[in-house]
Design a protein around this ligand. Structure first.
Ligand code: C5P
Length: 404
């Protein structure tokens, strides 16, 4: 996938630096050559010896080393690369990039490079949230730097929140996406994907939601993008990282999801994998409902059906509309009825009954239901389900005929 690509990896001083060792191994497995710059901070977390052993190349650290400069100056280091990757990208190094500071080999190379730069931030959640960091991130992104992550979750510092280094798979995916941009069977096509749950507010602190991790929907958006589609993902609150190269709209309610989907049209294909709340509270309370009053009785009203709305036959209808059906019994029969009722072209039916582990898990067992056949797929990783579905979508859409 990355054959003959030359990657210059800058490893800065973050506790997630150890993940870079695996990253180097995986990049080389994909056919890339990896040359590394290790900052002073980075060398506190991984040794030059382990980086050199895994990359199979000399490791560069010192801006003023006579031998390093003689063998490979900081200018040439990046000139010979196809991509400069910074992982982990610390708050400090990104701040230097934002302000054009060049006071060590890593920052000097980043300032001197004429190659695309991709950063994979990793830091404590408070550092990530600080206005200074957010300003610096916005600045480097405006300057054309590409970013993968960070993810949310447990942080190595013992706290929790945004700031986790993206997983190695996600980094590889982002790099592969960067190199394959504009190619692939879906190049020139537009795809719209919904994912995650919706949160329907009861009051400012409480909400009604469905169970949904967003894993399947996010994987589908990433898979469609990998095949070259210009992809928009409309997602409710999840712990999933924004897939690289996908335009992501974060929403909370079904009505917001509907609006974001409508605004994302036209699309050649739409895949509705979100677990949209069927009902919302008719009038959500402005202030927190107090427990010491009468037990509230919630009046519910029906939410708009996004899948059915996208499936209406008009000039805005995507050529292919795919829905999901999570059922706990009579999975295929119910899903076939749903396909007809919603007016979509395909339904991906999955059994989410207790014990299947599908809900929130990494695997899925689905049936694909089209107008003339129902196919049972074996139990697969959600990423493989997404790849297979994206491949079929590409086949279905056939030759490039994008609406603008
Ligand atoms: O009716 P049900 O919620 O089981 O249908 C599931 C399918 O419909 C999924 O594809 C889901 O994303 C979509 N859906 C929707 N808008 C709703 C409810 C469901 O797009 N309000």
């Amino acid at each position: 996938m990355l054959a003959d690509k030359h990657i210059l990896l800058v490893i800065a001083g973050g506790v997630a630096a150890y993940k870079c060792l695996d990253l180097i191994r995986r990049l080389r497995e994909q056919g890339a050559s990896v040359r590394c710059i290790l900052t002073k901070g980075g060398s506190q977390f991984v040794t030059p010896l382990s980086v050199a052993s895994l990359s199979g190349e000399k490791v560069y650290s010192d801006l003023f080393s006579l031998t390093d400069e003689a063998e490979m100056g900081h200018i040439r280091l990046s000139r010979e690369a196809d991509l400069v990757l910074v992982a982990p990208a610390t708050a400090d190094l990104v701040a230097k990039m934002a302000h054009g500071i060049a006071d060590d080999l890593a920052s000097t190379t980043l300032l001197a490079t004429d190659k695309p730069v991709m950063i994979v931030p990793s830091m404590n959640v408070e550092m990530w949230d600080k206005p200074a960091t957010q300003r610096n991130m916005a600045t480097v992104e405006r300057d054309g730097v590409l970013r993968i992550g960070p993810n949310s979750g447990d942080l190595a510092c013992g706290e929790e929140g945004a700031g986790r280094l993206a997983e190695v798979d996600e980094i590889i995916d982002g790099i592969a996406g960067f190199f394959s941009a504009g190619t692939g069977p879906l190049a020139g096509k537009r795809a719209l994907v919904t994912s995650g749950p919706t949160h329907e507010p009861i009051d400012p602190v409480r909400y009604i939601a469905n169970r949904s991790s967003g894993k399947q929907g996010h994987a589908i958006a990433a898979a469609l993008r990998r095949l070259g589609a210009t992809t928009t993902l409309v997602t409710g609150p999840t712990n999933e990282a924004d897939p690289w190269g996908v335009t992501v709209h974060h929403i909370e309610t079904a009505e917001q999801m509907m609006l974001a989907c409508t605004q994302a049209l036209p699309a050649d294909a739409a895949v509705c994998a979100a677990a949209v709340g069927d009902w919302r509270v008719a009038t959500s309370a402005k202030n927190k409902i107090k427990k010491n009053g009468a037990t509230p009785i919630l009046e519910l009203v029906e939410n708009p059906d996004i899948l059915a709305g996208l499936s209406v036959r008009n000039e805005n209808r995507p050529q292919l509309v795919v829905g999901f059906a999570a059922e706990t019994e009579n999975v295929v029969a119910y899903a076939q009825q749903k396909r007809a009722r919603k007016g979509c072209d395909w339904i991906v039916a999955n059994d989410v009954s207790v014990g299947t582990g599908v809900m929130g898990g990494d695997h899925n067992k689905v049936h694909l239901i089209t107008s003339n056949e129902t196919t049972a797929w074996p139990t697969m990783n959600k990423i493989d389900v997404a790849d297979k579905l994206a491949g079929l979508i590409a086949l279905h859409l056939g030759a490039p005929t994008t609406k603008s």
